[in-house]
Design a binder for this molecule. Structure first.
Ligand SMILES: C[S@@+](CC[C@H](N)C(=O)[O-])C[C@H]1O[C@@H](n2cnc3c(N)ncnc32)[C@H](O)[C@@H]1O
Length: 233
């Protein structure tokens, strides 16, 4: 992402109820061992901070150096710079989680690549938890328009649906600097996600509606998946 857009993203997203999001993830993780947790796609560290407030100490990973700079200012977590499709570590993780639609940033092919890669750095009894936009999101956001401002920061957003993608055109302004930014998110279908999980040496344990862990249905705007490593026999 770009510098202005990153600052705008961080400022406006910090108004969101991260404590609620983190509690939902914590419930989905249940009583599993959480000694080694990695947030893949940690952005500016807002979710890491919310997890810290709940007593967990995740490390972070992101491909965007600017975002990692913001994350380092916010938390003392160890952060890795890398791409979730290719990142490797000596360390094996109990829990890898990808909150707030990180996997929507990937194509269908990259989705499988990312899950396959993350499965490699998961402990044998480890889990991967992620949330993604559901199909309803594409309907709600098609033709959407938003304009927000806080002091010297403002953005204007227009979005439209293009096939399986949502395209956001964002005009952002921060401390007098202006920048246009285009963001594309792929809305994966549930079947595509299940396919990617099967092909990634993972097993789907649960699928919920975020953020109340209710039963997912076609009205759900956001779905949360929990998967674990396929056991070797
Ligand atoms: C919507 S933000 C979510 C940030 C953070 N998880 C949060 O909850 O605030 C998505 C983040 O995923 C990162 N990301 C997207 N694709 C990635 C990839 N292939 N590898 C690593 N990070 C990626 C982006 O750079 C961005 O910081």
């Amino acid at each position: 992402m770009s510098k202005v857009f990153n600052s705008i993203y961080d400022l406006f997203m910090s108004q969101q109820p991260y404590a609620k999001y983190a509690q939902c993830y914590l419930r989905a993780i249940g009583d599993r061992d959480c000694s080694d947790i990695l947030e893949a796609g940690c952005g500016s560290g807002l979710f890491i901070k919310a997890m810290n407030d709940l007593g967990l100490k995740p490390a972070g990973l992101d491909r965007d150096k600017q975002m990692l700079k913001l994350a380092k200012k916010r938390t003392s977590a160890h952060v890795y710079h890398g791409d979730i499709c290719s990142f490797s570590s000596e360390k094996r993780w109990d829990v890898i989680y990808l909150p707030l639609d990180v996997l929507n940033y990937l194509s269908r092919y990259q989705l499988k690549k990312a899950l396959t890669n993350l499965a490699l750095i998961l402990k044998e009894d480890g889990i991967i938890v992620f949330d993604v936009h559901g199909r309803k999101r594409a309907r709600v956001m098609h033709g959407a328009f938003a304009k927000e401002s806080i002091n010297d920061a403002q953005y204007l957003l227009k979005s439209r649906r293009r096939g399986s993608y949502l395209v956001y055109d964002v005009d952002s302004k921060f401390n007098g600097k202006q920048e246009k930014y285009r963001l594309k998110q792929r809305i994966h279908s549930v079947n595509e996600i299940k396919w990617a999980i099967r092909r990634s040496n993972l097993v789907l344990d649960d699928c919920f509606r975020a953020w109340d862990l209710g039963v997912p249905n076609r009205h759900a705007e956001r779905l949360l998946f929990v998967c674990s490593k396929k056991q070797r026999h």
